[in-house]
Design a protein around this ligand. Structure first.
Ligand SMILES: NC(=O)c1ccc[n+]([C@@H]2O[C@H](COP(=O)([O-])OP(=O)(O)OC[C@H]3O[C@@H](n4cnc5c(N)ncnc54)[C@H](OP(=O)(O)O)[C@@H]3O)[C@@H](O)[C@H]2O)c1
Length: 241
């Protein structure tokens, strides 16, 4: 039976992925800190095994993964958070919170899981289309996702030699508790069901880069290819603060 491990499975995109993979007969290791959400997932399907740990704590992460007696061949590293900066006022504590989960949490997950990676496995790292160009108020979030994208692309080069594939996922806006907090317009926002389908189909096809929704992410990538001064004019028109 196929097996997938998903971080950030207690909410939003990760939770939908966990349900959809289980509905399709996969064994699912659902990771997160929220024990109630993990229990609900366990009740949703007997194919879902909950694993409770805080990704920002390397020891806790290593211990939890070490106890796992299942053998995933697909590793979806999806956990993350977003906090915005107001008026360019930089707050070190906010940066630390965002980087702690989006970057260090991802690194901790990779370190804890890497001894279980085998030839033929696939690691899917969830970044964001925000890494492709500078967006208003995304100083911390965008920078963290730029780091995630770079890490994923370099890891892809290194692991290819061991026949382990890495896919990077670049979502546009998806309706989840993460975006529910936003008060600004979020063009072409999609549902978690749409996001899960796009990710699962992209991974099944073996895509190394998964962008969705297609029109919005293509527009963002085209903008990201323009000279920086043009990008600034156009992005501030597209997404007003
Ligand atoms: N929604 C969007 O529009 C959007 C767009 C682009 C990219 N993304 C990316 O997609 C991923 C999922 O986002 P989402 O919208 O589904 O967010 P979400 O609904 O807020 O879910 C975030 C998940 O991350 C987990 N998480 C956060 N901190 C954690 C920690 N310290 N240890 C372990 N798990 C932790 C949460 O679990 P616990 O609270 O149980 O720990 C939760 O399951 C993120 O990487 C996000 O940056 C989202």
């Amino acid at each position: 039976m196929n097996c997938v491990l998903i971080t950030g499975a207690t909410s939003g995109i990760g939770m939908q992925l966990a349900k959809d993979y289980a509905d399709n007969g996969w064994q699912v290791v659902a990771c997160g800190r929220n024990s109630l959400a993990l229990q609900l997932l366990q009740h949703y399907s007997s194919l879902i095994t909950p694993l409770e740990f805080d990704l920002t704590d390397l020891n806790e992460t290593t211990r939890a993964i070490g106890k796992l007696d299942l053998e995933p061949e697909l590793w979806i590293l999806n956990a993350g958070n977003c906090e915005y900066i107001d008026n360019g006022v930089i707050e070190a504590a906010l940066f630390r919170r965002v980087f702690d989960i989006n970057v260090i949490g991802l690194v901790n997950a990779i370190e804890a899981c890497q001894s279980r990676f085998r030839a033929g496995h696939r690691i899917a790292i969830v970044g964001s289309i925000a890494s492709e160009l500078a967006l208003p108020r995304a100083e911390a979030y965008g920078a963290s996702k730029a780091a995630v994208s770079y890490l994923a692309r370099t890891l892809q080069l290194a692991l290819k030699k061991q026949s382990i594939d890495v896919s990077t996922v670049y979502p546009g806006f998806v309706e989840t508790p993460l975006t529910d907090k936003n008060t600004f317009p979020m063009p072409m926002m999609v549902s978690v069901e749409y996001a899960s389908k796009a990710i699962r189909e992209g991974l099944a096809k073996g895509l190394s880069h998964i962008y969705f929704p297609r029109r919005f992410t293509l527009l963002m990538r085209l903008l990201g290819a323009l000279p920086y001064r043009w990008q600034n004019v156009l992005t501030s028109k597209l997404i007003s603060e």
